[in-house]
Design a protein around this ligand. Structure first.
Ligand code: ADP
Ligand code: MG
Length: 250
């Protein structure tokens, strides 16, 4: 279980997260929504260790992650998908994954003097298959569709076998069809791998149809939490989004 308590992070006078407390049960799928500037990315940056909170606790199975290095937080099981696949455009999907897995293994154990290690290749192939890119393993990362590049980013995060996977707007910049393809794959990963998945998403259609549990941030504070139905009809949420009494995305 991931339990965040009273997280505060200010930039100058702006409290980007202002006493945020949230609990994410193991194996849950949660969407975080909120207007631009609500503090969603700042929240994630604290969970992943990229930003140190001013105060508060981030307890993973009871152990506080605050103050640990990014590497240590990753080792404890909090993974995050970055836009990395496109940094190596001239590598194929398979080469990208082998490089990532080898780097991980080099770090984790002494080099066995062979490259790639059989277990390296197997693990790379496993992660490629998890995101559905097996057919595209020989393609250059640069030639993948935007959605497949995002899935490769996610596969890279899976190399480290996270217990908690953070995805900051995984469908950003995609057309409607590709959004659904990517988010369905995320849901499938969640279902089959029993990972705790937390994703930030601004497409309400996706949020309401995919996430059993939703948290709403506004001005750095938790405005609401609940099921899609509870959020859709929550007056404070409706006001934050629309400033009217219409249902969200009605
Ligand atoms: P969201 O992801 O919900 O759009 P952010 O977490 O990116 O929101 O930003 C929340 C607030 O914190 C905004 O007012 C933003 O301008 C501010 N902010 C975020 N990161 C920084 C930073 N590194 N330095 C200064 N202000 C920041
Ligand atoms: Mg953001």
């Amino acid at each position: 279980m991931l339990e965040v308590r009273n997280l505060v992070k200010a930039f100058g006078g702006v409290r980007a997260t202002d006493d945020v407390s949230m609990t994410f049960p193991s194996g849950s799928l949660t969407a975080i929504i909120g207007p631009n500037g609500a503090g969603k990315s700042t929240f994630f940056n604290q969970l992943s260790g990229a930003l140190r909170p001013d105060s508060g606790q981030i307890l993973l199975d009871g152990q506080d992650l605050v103050g640990l290095s990014i590497g240590e937080i990753v080792r404890r099981g909090v993974g995050r998908a970055f836009q990395v696949a496109s940094i190596f455009p001239s590598l194929t999907v398979e080469e990208t994954m082998l490089a990532a897995v080898s780097a991980h293994h080099r770090h984790a154990m002494a080099l066995a003097g062979r490259f790639p290690l059989p277990s390296t290749r197997a693990h790379a192939e496993h992660c490629i298959a998890l995101v559905g890119l097996a057919d595209k393993r020989a393609m250059l990362a640069a030639n993948l569709s935007h959605g497949d590049q995002k899935l490769l980013d996610i596969a890279l995060a899976l190399v480290l076998e996270p217990r908690v996977l953070l995805l900051d707007e995984p469908t950003a910049g995609m057309g409607p069809e590709e959004r659904w393809r990517v988010i369905e794959k995320v849901r499938e990963l969640w279902e089959t791998q029993k990972i705790t998945v937390i994703f930030i998403e601004h497409d309400m259609d996706i949020v309401f149809r995919i996430a059993p549990s939703i948290r709403v941030l506004s001005y750095g504070r938790v405005l609401a939490e609940g099921t899609p139905q509870e959020i859709r009809t929550n007056p404070a949420v409706i006001e934050a989004y629309l400033g009217t009494d219409h249902e969200v995305a009605a």
